[in-house]
Design a protein around this ligand. Structure first.
Ligand code: ADP
Ligand code: MG
Length: 228
């Protein structure tokens, strides 16, 4: 719709601006970090220097999230196997899932489903979505990851038995800093949506409502199959 188009445009403008700032912040931050590390060598590490270094890392990770908006499109695209990317993402989050009594179920009927893209960015997408799914489950439950290959698209569905979303929350997904978590930063989905757009994919979110779980569906159409 026109409204979602406007929203995407607005977000990409804000994003590009933010990416510019992000670059500018990163350099002095690197200098500060270097000198604090030097300080801990000449004096000794204290809770103060540890806190400074931790907080610098936190700023760095926020800054990296925004830098995705500055990257030129499709420069490092290669053939990527979605099945192995999903497998990797699931493995990486397995310990966190176990800790929260969440069972990760993967279902990949095909072991190889190729799309054109950037492997690390695609991995980031599914790490973000699966991590959110795990975090949405308060007292144990299930996250299922399904990969389907159709004639015209590769489709990934990540479903959780978590808290679900209200209509209002649903409308805000992907907006920078939208979070309902005490320790969240609300940047994961912003980055996720941006990467999916860069891959000419789409994302759909369905929730039956609060308490009834959520399903994220990511579709990568095969428009450029065979071309490069
Ligand atoms: P963060 O995880 O730091 O809060 P994200 O951008 O990853 O930021 O997610 C933004 C918000 O979207 C979350 O705080 C949460 O409210 C909502 N959300 C995302 N995924 C889910 C999910 N699977 N179930 C319920 N809510 C979700
Ligand atoms: Mg998140």
């Amino acid at each position: 719709t026109e409204e979602t188009l406007l929203k995407a445009e607005k977000l990409s403008m804000v994003g590009e601006l933010a990416a510019g700032f992000a670059h500018e912040i990163r350099n002095p931050l690197t200098t500060i970090k270097g000198f604090v590390q030097l300080l801990t060598e000449t004096t000794k590490e204290t809770v103060f220097t540890r806190t400074i270094l931790d907080e610098i890392d936190r700023i760095n990770s926020i800054v990296s999230d925004f830098m995705i908006f500055a990257r030129p499109h499709s420069t490092d695209f290669t053939e990527c196997n979605l099945a192995s990317i999903l497998q990797d993402a699931g493995k990486f989050l397995e310990p966190e899932a176990m800790l929260k009594n969440v069972i990760l179920i993967t279902h990949f009927p095909q072991k190889e489903v190729f799309i054109t893209g950037e492997k690390n960015q695609l991995k980031q997408v599914f790490l973000n979505i699966i991590k959110n799914a795990i975090e949405a489950i308060p007292n144990g439950g299930i996250v299922s990851i399904l990969l389907e290959e159709h004639e015209k698209a590769a489709i990934v569905t990540i479903k959780d038995s978590g808290v679900g979303l209200t209509e209002e929350q649903l409308a805000k997904l992907g907006e920078p800093f939208f979070t309902t978590k005490a320790t969240g930063n609300g940047l994961g989905l912003m980055v996720t949506y941006k990467i999916i757009r860069d891959h000419r994919g789409t994302i759909d979110v369905h929730s039956e409502g609060p308490g009834k779980g959520t399903a994220f569906t990511v579709t990568f159409p095969y428009t450029q199959r065979g071309l490069s």
